[in-house]
Design a protein around this ligand. Sequence first.
Ligand code: GCV
Length: 696
Amino acid sequence: MRRFVLIFLLTGMLVPTAARAEDGYDLWLRYAPIENISLRDAYRQTIAGLIVQQSPATAAMVSQELARGLAALLGVPVPSRATVDRDGVLIVGTIAAPVIATLGWRDELTRLGPEGFVIRYARINGHRALVVASAGDSGALYGTFHLLRLLSTATPIDRLDIRERPRHQLRLLNHWDNLNGSIERGYAGQSLWRWDELPSRVDPRLRDYARASASLGLNGAVLNNVNADPRVLTAEYIAKVAAIADTLRPYGLKVYLSANFAAPRLIGGLATADPLDPDVQRWWKGKADEIYTAIPDFGGFLVKADSEGQPGPQAYQRTHAEGANLLADAVAPHGGIVIWRAFVYDAGVDPDRVKRAYLEFVPLDGTFRDNVLVQTKNGPLDFMPREPYHPLFGALPKTPNMVELQITQEYLGHSTHLVYLAPMWKEFFDADTFVKGPGSTVAKVADGSLQGQRRTGIAGVANTGTDRNWTGHPFAAANWYAYGRLSWNSSLTAEAIADEWIVQTWSRRPGAVKAIATLMLGSREAYVNYTMPLGLHHLIGGDHYGVMPEADDKRRADWSALYYHRADDQGIGFDRTRRGSAAVDQYAKPNADRWNDPETTPEILLLWFHHLPWNYRLKSGQTLWQALVEHYDRGAEQAARMERDWAALKGAVDDERHAVVAGTLRQQALDAAAWRDTCLAYFAQFSKQTMSAPAR
Ligand code: GCV
């Protein structure tokens, strides 16, 4: 009997889950049935009926999502249009809704803003109801997704009292999509927009793109590549963009466009694009009016200017601020904004590429219009697997400085390597700039709390495409997810985000969750170990994938591996101390002083800041060469272990996706070994030392 009871407890509590073919399309919105019967029953009692009260377009989205999610999670459809005549009704609405208005939450909801929300219980007509309420439609939608996430992650909800608001106002995806359907640095198929079919047909898939983005609280998408084709600003394309905007709008997503600075010349028939020329100013105003007529809530323009061949104001001896202000004045009457990228590295500015953006932008602080944000990559070079934070963070106190992260894995193994990026982004957000004393983290610069910027934002270069699973590698979806969650709240931990994503995407079984989380959380450091140990960077060629320490690009020195590693008989690394390029002095003290001295520089960034002899002694007592060998070895071993650990998960997750990931991990292990062997053989020419690590 006792035995029977035990078996019942272990198995009888679980609802058998129906086998389903998994192709990754559903992302983290799989809504797999809750296996634990008592939890499922508690959910069913708490949410036995629905009332949704907000403006019609978003109400439809909320109702559809709840119908879909609840039916799948709870195993029964939940009736909508309920009335509060018993316990167990879920109410979703804005303060304008009659049922919410009676609750006395107006001030609190107003303080949380139209994107914030509360989720808590209320007594209505003497009955206990669960309420998701917001000052705005978007907030009610985000609250709905938040609640569905709690259910999906099997979180008890009997005592909820949640208050949320986003940390950054703009939470954008930047799509580097070209008008011919290709995606620059995209590794998951073609552009989702299918420009050719627009505006007459909008791919229904765009609704799922919008759902997934909205489920994370993202609120905008820049549709086209920053290397911008000016034709996107023609009437033909504005109509296409308007069709996308109509589809994304109910999900709280605004559309933005990358603008080519020379558009007045290239498509406007003017002889110049000089920002101080009245005809040019008129042209941009007219263009903005035209866009806003078609898309009244158009977000604004993103501009890459005077960078990598893109046109900009400097051709007319004007500054970046003069260029940005030209477009800002054009969109200002419509409430639009301009996002001006700080990714510039004109070789004439300084011999060290990582210093150039700071040198150009710091003198311009305070000269941009109110509706301009500067957008700065997390590091001063270009999305390397590890960089120190960009010195512009904290150095533009009078300018909103928007963060640009790269979700697509341009320098992190494309869609072949499993690399979970949240630990890298957390390292960035948690870095202390010291600009206002200890605790002046990048996170506080970015969310405006340190320096009081009125506008804030964060952008992620998207990794989505037409691949059935959206992101190519099934685990690359975790990076879209993590980006969205951090853009909402940069204080979430990489661990918590991984757990949430795994539970919603793969399995709720604790053993599987732990094993997958371990694999994910170690993956970024593994990638760093086999591609850029101790801060050594850019050992790549043009495809930004394969190992190429000998790369010597004749077009530009700063596209060459040789420019960065500087290996010779004496040693290796880039001297950015005061005896070298003095890049350290772009950082506030004490970072500048610490990083000026190899003894006080964190080892993870040693060769970023220093050129050191091969026999330089690290704190461990190892020589620099020995440490390099050990890191390369460790990285290759970590990649091999990831493959083994994933193999052990066979049967714990669905076979379809398991097989896909197993295939990519095989390649990753091979690549990691190639990185180790190639780099060590190459550097051994200079160090004249053996590759003395075990097992090779
Ligand atoms: C869109 C790097 C990439 C380019 C990209 C550029 C940028 O250089 O390799 O593909 O161009 O960054 O961010 O503008």
